[in-house]
Design a protein around this ligand. Structure first.
Ligand SMILES: N[C@@H](CCC(=O)N[C@@H](CS)C(=O)NCC(=O)O)C(=O)O
Length: 202
């Protein structure tokens, strides 16, 4: 069995679980509930960066971060690949993954700013900068929303996890406002069993 350090609130850990479900690997994966922000967290004993997801392979190697784990899982099955092997499709998929991860990075930073950092230590300019990055990222997704429906690979997995995280932590303003094509794409994919079963929850 592989072990995945996971939590139901982490959008990056969700990516790994969604990939496992999309590729039929879920039965080989044991989920280890992990709380990287808890005082005395044991996550650093597995991942020196103290972050989840981290994957312990059947051979005992530890892999991180989510792009590496997702590509590793995708190498373990013979079905349709979520990471195109080569060519333009590969670079598009990796860029989309980076765009989804980047939106998440900005949103997670702001979540930490507002939920974890003491109020007197907050920096409004930093929060505004992350908000702007999130908005621009979403606008870029709206521009390419019509071509997202062509397949469901690592780019789409990551983008769906990013949008699901925004719904979970930043429901207002709703990212759908002014982005009808992205909203329509998301409405079509969020009912996939892999996404429906992994909706973020406390
Ligand atoms: N780039 C990493 C980001 C992972 C990450 O930031 N995970 C968060 C949970 S959502 C975490 O463990 N944070 C703990 C920390 O930053 O100390 C990935 O894609 O896996």
């Amino acid at each position: 069995m592989m072990k995945l350090l996971h939590s139901t609130t982490s959008p990056y850990a969700r990516k790994a679980l969604v990939v496992a479900m999309e590729t039929g690997l879920e039965r080989r994966l044991e989920l280890v509930a992990s709380a990287p922000f808890a005082p005395g967290s044991d996550v650093p004993e597995t991942n020196p960066l103290g972050r989840i997801p981290a994957l312990i392979t059947e051979g005992g190697e530890v892999l991180y971060d989510s792009p590496v784990i997702c590509e590793y899982l995708d190498s373990l099955h013979d079905g349709a690949k979520l990471f195109p092997h080569s060519g333009g499709a590969r670079w598009t998929a990796l860029r989309r993954q980076a765009l989804g991860d980047g939106i998440l990075d900005a949103a997670v930073l702001n979540r930490i700013e507002t939920a974890v950092r003491p109020e007197d230590k907050r920096w409004a300019g930093w929060i505004a900068r992350q908000d702007a990055a999130t908005r621009r990222g979403l606008d870029a997704l709206e521009e390419e929303a019509d071509s997202l429906g062509e397949s469901f690979g690592i780019g789409q997995v990551t983008i769906a996890c990013a949008l699901g995280y925004l719904d979970f932590r930043f429901p207002r303003p709703d990212w759908r406002e002014g982005r009808p094509r992205l909203a329509a794409w998301y409405a079509g994919v969020e009912t996939r069993p892999s996404l429906a079963a992994t909706t973020p929850r406390e």
